[in-house]
Design a protein around this ligand. Sequence first.
Ligand code: HEM
Length: 512
Amino acid sequence: MFKLPLPICIGAAFLVYRVLRFWQQLAFHGYLKGYRPLLDPHSLPGNAIPANWWHMGFMWPWLQRKTAHFHHTYDLTTLVPLLMGKSMYVVASVDLARQIWRNEVKTHLLKPSDFTTEGVWGSSIASANGDDWKRHRRVVAPAFSPNMLVRAVEESALVYKSMKPDLQSDAVITNMHALLLRFTLVMICRCGFGMDVDWKQGAANDGIAVFDRALSVASATLIHRLIFPKWLYKLPVRSLRKIDQCWETVLALIASLAAGRQAESSTLKELGDDEINDLFTKLVSCTDEAARYSLTPAEVTGDMMSLLFAGNETTGSALMSTLVFLGLHPEEQQTAFEEIMRVVPSADDMTLRDVSNLKYLLACMHEAHRLVPATINLPRDVPEDFVLRSMLPIERNIVIRKGSRVMIDVMAVCHNPHDFPNPESYNPARWMPDVKDDVIMFGAGPRACVGRRFAQVEAVAFLAHFLRDWRVETVLLDGETRFAALERVLEGASMFGTAFGVGEVPIKILPR
Ligand code: HEM
């Protein structure tokens, strides 16, 4: 009798299984129109393989932003991989994103662990779900108090002053993104954690300098930590072992800093002085059993890491895009400059109220951030059925099934011409007269960005100092028009660490 070799039999059985599974997934998702890639672009191999003719690539929401979801004729599609990975619904309009955020609590939507940092630093506000998440949020959210915002305005002036010697006027600056990342890191360390981290990274061996250096290593390797499974680090590969070692050091260091801060704050409390109430102190004081909402020491470490990372690269990236777009749109920059001079006549006395009144400047940031959002997508797992009212291509109710995954495609939403007419143009005025409360780039609903106001205050305060001193020009290539430069900048946008952005784009600054 004719016998087929075993590998062919296994391969054939796998193919039959996948075809059946594919049809089952199409049926499960109601045969909704959508993408049918070979691999789930968010899976480990999907992440590792660059986009090409047969693979969408992890960055597909960015690469397809102009034509996504059938040229924006669908507000809800599905992604059902043929060979490997998870199927999901994909949401592409502001209205549907809002519907999901409104359902977040009612239907107990969950952040999927394969999209969070849980595997890297354990449970935290950004990764926990259900009652655990509520505990984290109840501790962290109140710490973003008006006092912290006032501190952000004061510190932004000081950190900007320290940065100034590193800014060369009339010369091409090629490391502005790095400078902005340093700015946002120093800001969160000082305002959120009460640590006097200097602008220049110190070589000393005191706790703060060691923390500062360890954090830089962690920043540079977070993406590896997120992508590779833990067992991989145990293989005898030197570079992987080194990354593993760095991370062990960072987490141990943070745990010991937390223990030190707790001892310090207990002593101060006994002395009747509990004035230190920055974010870090509030976090560590919740390890007391008597605390209203308690966190374990491991959860405090998780929250510290989440706050440091969620706040640093995202804000640095949004700031860089803002400078680059203002450098390509001198008229918008002039309007922002005039607003700064009108609202804040003296830079030395800038207040939180002044920063809140710089509405056009904030609109300039939102518009840059809309064109190049720092977050690519927002996924949720669905533990019970709920209904979305889809408007395109026809108005209808669609049941999002229990056990499925739904993903807000932030890039498609931000470039959706129905929500943002002429979406590829830089038009800050679209956010005026009052910047809308529900800015899509920061999420919304109960899990909206907890640091949103802090990010906006530190960024606008920084821009106000920077733009009153300098006129920014984005460097054009020989014979290049501003329009072509804009296209080039967008073409180069990518992931830098954990945030999406334009990266290092050469700019020139000229004294005002
Ligand atoms: C331009 C800057 C920022 C952007 C674009 C941004 C974006 C976002 C988005 C979209 C979410 C929602 C994620 C989701 O729904 O799955 C989020 C959540 C979060 N953000 Fe931000 N963020 C920024 C700055 C910050 C800052 C400065 C901090 C803290 C210092 C911070 C801390 C967090 C935390 C802890 C969460 C999780 C909240 C929760 O799940 O309850 N972010 N951020």
